[in-house]
Design a protein around this ligand. Structure first.
Ligand SMILES: Nc1ncnc2c1ncn2[C@@H]1O[C@H](COP(=O)(O)OP(=O)(O)O)[C@@H](O)[C@H]1O
Ligand SMILES: [Mg+2]
Length: 372
């Protein structure tokens, strides 16, 4: 069975972390953490969760409204509530708003997990009678690597452009806030970047985020990195989270091009991703880096999202096989070393999947994108 996708809503970060740690296991994926505000419902929709856990704490004024909206509008998602003060009137209200179960806030892991599965199966039963269409679930895909120059940006941009050319609603976020070069590869010069979004107070609306996106001829939309490296310090993990939450309901694919290494924003992006591609070039330094990265991913409990892309595969001392056995990963995509195609595309500002679709490297990418 697929993992049960769970979203936790509370204004109290400590409680969210406590519940996350309580229920964290191989069968449950915590897709998102949200707070109570008037966008919560929309954000939940973007995650397309199986179960929403609403924490009933002192600030949770909008809890019942949100529960009712989830029940009425998000097919396939059910709600359970955790509360420190359960009484008859609270239970009655919960029933009225379609909440499947109410549990004490200090319930043990087994109780909460059983409630999650029970709520899930009840909702499945409710919706299987109506031939239901699940809301478009957006897929967040990050491209990551321990060191620079392995081809993260090249691969991320070409995959994103191919998705857009296939008619998928796709946005790419250049998360290399200091030295991002996504717009260079796409030959775009947008006026606004993610930095402009940090000046907005409070929640971002999709219209504000959209107004900062640049449109590429393939249909791909682009959230550019700041124009100058020192502006990167204004962009926090919170910015990343808000931007992703805002975009999610509106895009089928959100591609994130990450800088080398780990920091708060890369970790936020990784935690929000459905898939993290580790892009490595086939050489010994890259192999060592990839191994170190995997260790950190494991410590962050994110390793099961990681998939391997090997770039610039040539006959060399170490092979694809060595990578796979040392990293215990299978290669999803193995791209050739093709300086002519990659450089021509870079000089023209036209991604090779669009400008040179007949080359081997383009065909490998377009073939792979069909499986995403
Ligand atoms: N498959 C490839 N064949 C030849 N050159 C490549 C290939 N992939 C990337 N490059 C080149 O390697 C350099 C680094 O690529 P880039 O995508 O910027 O890496 P990163 O984003 O990981 O720093 C660039 O000059 C790029 O043109
Ligand atoms: Mg890069």
């Amino acid at each position: 069975m697929d993992k049960l996708k769970v979203v936790i809503v509370s204004d109290n970060i400590d409680i969210k972390i406590k519940i996350k740690n309580l229920i964290n296991d191989e069968s449950i994926a915590i897709s998102g953490f949200l707070e109570y505000d008037n966008m919560t419902n929309l954000k939940i929709l973007g995650y397309s969760p199986d179960v929403v856990i609403l924490i009933h704490d002192s600030n949770a004024g909008q809890l019942f409204e949100i529960a009712g909206q989830v029940y009425a509008q998000i097919q396939g998602a059910s709600v359970i509530m955790l509360s420190a003060n359960i009484d008859v009137s609270l239970l009655a209200k919960a029933m009225q708003y379609g909440i499947k179960q109410v549990l004490p806030l200090d319930s043990d892991a087994k109780t909460v997990k059983e409630a999650l599965y029970k709520a899930y199966s009840l909702e499945k039963k409710r919706t299987s009678d109506n031939a239901f269409i699940k809301s478009t679930r957006s897929k967040v895909i990050s491209f990551f690597g321990g060191k620079g120059g392995t081809g993260k940006t090249t691969v991320a941009v070409n995959i994103a452009v191919q998705l857009a050319l296939n008619g998928k609603k796709t946005v790419i976020i250049d998360a290399d806030f200091q030295f991002g070069d996504v717009t260079v590869l796409l030959d775009l010069d947008p006026k606004d970047t993610i930095y402009e979004l940090t000046k907005e107070k409070g929640d971002l609306s999709i219209d504000v985020v959209r107004s900062t996106l640049a449109l590429h001829s393939s249909g791909l939309e682009v959230l550019a990195a700041p124009k100058s490296p020192e502006l990167s310090e204004y962009i926090s993990d919170k910015t990343m989270e808000i931007v992703l939450n805002t975009l999610r309901p509106y895009y089928e694919y959100i591609i994130i091009d990450l800088p080398p290494g780990f920091n708060d924003t890369t970790i936020a992006a990784i935690e929000s991703s459905d898939v993290v591609y580790l892009v490595a070039s086939v050489d010994i330094v890259s192999l060592r880096n990839a191994k170190l990265c995997l260790g950190i991913m494991e410590a962050l409990r994110q390793k099961d999202k990681v998939e391997l892309i090997l770039n610039r595969c040539t006959e060399s001392i170490i092979s694809k096989k060595d990578f796979e056995s040392i990293l215990s990963l299978t290669t999803k995509l193995c791209l050739p070393d093709d300086t002519k195609t990659v450089l021509t595309s870079l000089n023209k500002g036209v991604p090779f999947v669009a400008g040179m679709p007949k080359t081997q490297i383009s065909k490998l990418i377009s073939g792979y994108v069909k499986t995403l």
